[in-house]
Design a binder for this molecule. Sequence first.
Ligand SMILES: [Zn+2]
Length: 225
Amino acid sequence: MTQEKCSEVVKDAIIDLYGTLPDNRDLILVFNGRFKGYNANVHYNSKYVEFRLSKAWKEHSTSLIQGLIQSLAIKVYNTSYQRTLQIDLYNNFINNLPKYTKIDEYDEELSASFNRVNNKYFDDLMDKVNLKWGSRAYRKLGHYEYTTNTVVISEIFKGEELLLDYIMFHELLHKKHGLKKTKNGRNIHHSKDFRKDEKRFEDKNIEKKLNWFVQKKKFKSLFGF
Ligand SMILES: [Zn+2]
């Protein structure tokens, strides 16, 4: 796609979403070779809004790319918008993506946890995912990345079997339930069904244990012992 074609594609996507251009900032679309899988993000200031997409997106239809751009645009503009066909197309694509991603991240401890959780809560029916330790985070304890089919878990859970399994369970529920949207296209991360499903975790005091553990770890890291 040429630079001109790129900004046309973005402009059309934004107009479909809002009915008009919300402001006159420059709209930029770039394909970045350093992004993994189907990752993308948006950077903006008072002069421009720049959509950065991994090179993998280049091979896909303009409508699909526009659905992604619209999903990112919702984070930038504070204007009411309408649900579009492109966003539906994009959601569908993302929800099916894990079936096609490569599994190339592996870790023994995380794998053991995945297997325990898969066996106990998913009848071994959960397909393999990439498994990765994240940084020593106390707030974002874990997340599931739809675009790369990866569960990332904070390093603070190394050696903590029960808590690790709980975080693993939670993240795999994200894979199971998929990305849901409200009527107007906003992400629902923890739907009612999700929360109900989460209650299947065996240890009913797990949330308390988790909070206590995280507080303790945080305290220790603050005071350096
Ligand atoms: Zn979650």
